[in-house]
Design a protein around this ligand. Structure first.
Ligand SMILES: [Zn+2]
Length: 224
């Protein structure tokens, strides 16, 4: 699979697994060895992404083709890539359960296997519920993300990052599942995992091979 094909697969997987919201949401990858990244175009659904609607942009957020239909929130991507040289993929979406969780909590309880992936690794952005559509807001979001794997954006959505498209995509799915499970427990007594268990599970779920195996599974499920 080429890098562009992987991006298309990621977008379709995200749409198929509860991250779609009309034409909103975007996913990008850093082009290896270049100061540019490739990102989904504005005006199409995640599941509609194709090679003709992938846009290349510089790390200041400007598209190589000045006429390209870039998302106004491109600064989420450009500023995270600028601040995090370790990151190769950035996802911003509005999955329903994560948005609901972001309205009532700043973090995830470690009460499910997918939640352990984000134990001590989930940030919270409260500066605005509006679009992150200028560079200063992008910088503030990237600063709030810090070294974390993901950030809940209060009343808005999520940003999930990874070294690879596989890691960011599967992490994004796990974040939505974890948020859904937590919301289902509200009003009930829940058992927390012991910290040792959490850390053991986290070490397992963070293995790069697991991200690849599960990305391949979701590709078979959603990409024809
Ligand atoms: Zn958004």
């Amino acid at each position: 699979m080429s890098d562009d094909q992987k991006l298309i697969a990621s977008a379709r997987i995200l749409a198929g697994e509860g991250h779609g919201d009309m034409t909103l949401g975007h996913v990008s990858y850093r082009r290896p060895g270049e100061d540019t990244f490739s990102i989904k175009a504005r005006g199409i659904g995640l599941e509609e992404l194709s090679s003709s609607t992938i846009i290349r942009a510089r790390l200041d957020g400007s598209p190589l083709d000045p006429e390209a239909a870039i998302h106004s929130e491109i600064f989420i991507h450009s500023e995270i890539y600028s601040m995090r040289p370790d990151i190769g993929c950035v996802i911003h979406t509005h999955p329903v359960h994560c948005v609901a969780l972001s309205c009532v909590s700043s973090h995830l309880l470690p009460i499910s296997q997918p939640a352990t992936l984000f134990y001590d690794d989930l940030a919270y952005f409260t500066d605005t519920i509006c679009l992150v559509d200028d560079r200063q807001l992008g910088i503030r979001l990237a600063q709030a993300l810090g070294t974390h794997r993901a950030i809940l954006m209060k009343n808005h959505g999520v940003v999930v990052v990874g070294k690879t498209v596989e890691e960011a995509t599967v992490s994004a799915l796990m974040l939505e599942t974890a948020a859904r499970i937590e919301l289902l427990t509200y009003g009930r007594q829940v058992q927390l995992f012991p910290r040792d268990d959490i850390l053991r599970l986290q070490a397992h779920t963070r293995k790069p091979g697991n991200f690849i195996t599960n990305f391949d599974y979701f590709s078979r499920k959603h990409v024809r």
